[in-house]
Design a binder for this molecule. Structure first.
Ligand code: PEP
Length: 251
């Protein structure tokens, strides 16, 4: 059975003390509750270690928002998979649309990062999604297929089991516009169908496919009630402990 996982992408928000306040707030919100979902928080690099220490002994796991695909060396400003592991990260978001559009990451670069993360024992949260123009222009499935094939190129079925896929329609990220449960379900089922063709029925069935794009406590239950939606990647609504906890407990 696949697992439902709720992950929070803090993006470039929260300094050291704010990060501690947020994770402590989340711990307090979740204390004493039996969770049937996995919970991941992805703070900025500089706060990973402190957040991981504060989350020790709780259900909250920690991830990074990016990494570089080289082992070490003259790559000024970059962070390696090994460095992330050494400060307590277990997950890493790769291929987020902001990385693709603002920082020019393509499928090839994302694929190299996926491979490096897996080699280092980090679990990728692999993001894909179409823009509004692509959806309206009728190329949505082509775009998704290219991102899935490009990002997963050369990745084995065993490695796939360490990956979470996040479908994030670009037009729904940070806009307050959410894909309807039916719109999201259609793409999730399409992605799962691709994974079945590329790997196997078992691998596809076991895959956690999150939805991301303006998820809030008020719409989480309906979205996650769809058969192929297995969690959420949350941006804006994860920056307050009560709203992130509201999403976690809604499911
Ligand atoms: C995201 O950036 O991954 C995201 C889903 O953001 P938001 O929830 O703010 O739309």
């Amino acid at each position: 059975m696949r697992k439902t996982v709720i992950a929070g992408n803090w993006k470039m928000n929260k300094n050291l003390s704010e990060a501690a306040e947020l994770v402590n707030g989340l711990k307090a919100e979740l204390a004493g509750k039996t969770l049937n979902v996995g919970v991941i928080v992805c703070p900025p690099y500089v706060n990973i270690e402190s957040v991981a220490k504060l989350a020790e002994g709780t259900e909250i796991k920690v991830g990074a928002q990016n990494m570089y695909f080289e082992e070490s060396g003259a790559y000024t400003g970059e962070i390696s998979a090994d460095m992330l592991k050494s400060v307590g990260a277990e997950y890493v978001i790769l291929g987020h649309s902001e990385r693709r559009t603002i920082f020019g990451e393509n499928d090839e670069v994302i694929n190299k990062k996926m491979k490096k993360a897996l080699e280092a024992g980090l679990k990728p949260i692999f993001c894909i999604g179409e823009t509004l123009e692509e959806r309206e222009g009728g190329t949505m499935k082509e775009v998704i297929a290219k991102q899935v094939k490009g990002g997963l190129s050369g990745i084995s079925e065993q490695e796939l089991s360490e990956i979470i896929v996040a479908y994030e329609p670009v037009w729904a990220i940070g806009t307050g516009v959410t894909a309807s449960p039916d719109q999201a379900q259609e793409v999730h089922a399409y992605i799962r169908g691709m994974l079945k063709e590329m790997y196997s029925e078992v691998a596809a069935d076991n895959m956690t496919i999150q939805y991301g794009g303006s998820v809030k406590p008020g719409n989480a239950k309906e979205l996650l009630g769809m058969p192929d939606i297995d969690g959420a990647l949350v941006g804006g609504a994860c920056l307050k402990a009560d709203s992130f906890a509201g999403i976690i407990t809604a499911v």
